[in-house]
Design a protein around this ligand. Sequence first.
Ligand code: DC
Length: 223
Amino acid sequence: MSSATIPVIAIDGPSASGKGTVAALVARALGFHYLDSGAIYRVTAHAGQRAGVSLDDESALATLARGLDLRFDGVEVFLNGEAVGDAIRTEEAGRAASKIAAMPVLRAALLERQRAFRRAPGLVTDGRDMGSVVFPDATLKIFLTASCEERAKRRYKQLIEKGFDANLAALFEDLSERDARDAARAVAPLKQSADAVLLDTTGLSIDEAVQQVLRDYRAASAV
Ligand code: DC
């Protein structure tokens, strides 16, 4: 199978929209691979901080990104063989990722690495530009979102469940700020592309959202 014929479901959307959970469950239902592209930006920022690279140094970060020893195993992420899942999923790591994600040279450095995840029998991936830039020929493109209030509540619940401290008002502010930065950047901004299907999950359960994506995928692959 040539890589271009391998199906891709690209799920883009804002932070804490639940796109990662939905994407991973869709991948499981179809027996497809799953790529959390945000984790790559998070790991890159994390690796930079560890190596003492300034988060303003675009060329040093791009060099580091090209050589990153990164491996996914289920939902766990390994950097140089060490599990870093918890460290990269803090709010601080999210802010650092959003900051470096605005850098065009860094984004270009990560492009091929992301495309390499397109392997048979198929890939489900989530991020901000999966449908617009990384996999423009995706079989199905979804823009998955929810109101900012709903997303702040979901993130709050997630953090509390993991035993972290959390403040709902601060999370709301943080998400609004991050959305604004991700949407305003010059390269690959967060926005629904014309050929993406809008899925607003504000009133939906995770399972309802998963079933909707599966229906859309069946419809898209039948044509
Ligand atoms: O999805 P996430 O919250 O883990 O992503 C972390 C940051 O990485 C987010 O603020 C924007 C950036 N990102 C991006 O620019 N492009 C992607 N495809 C995925 C994430």
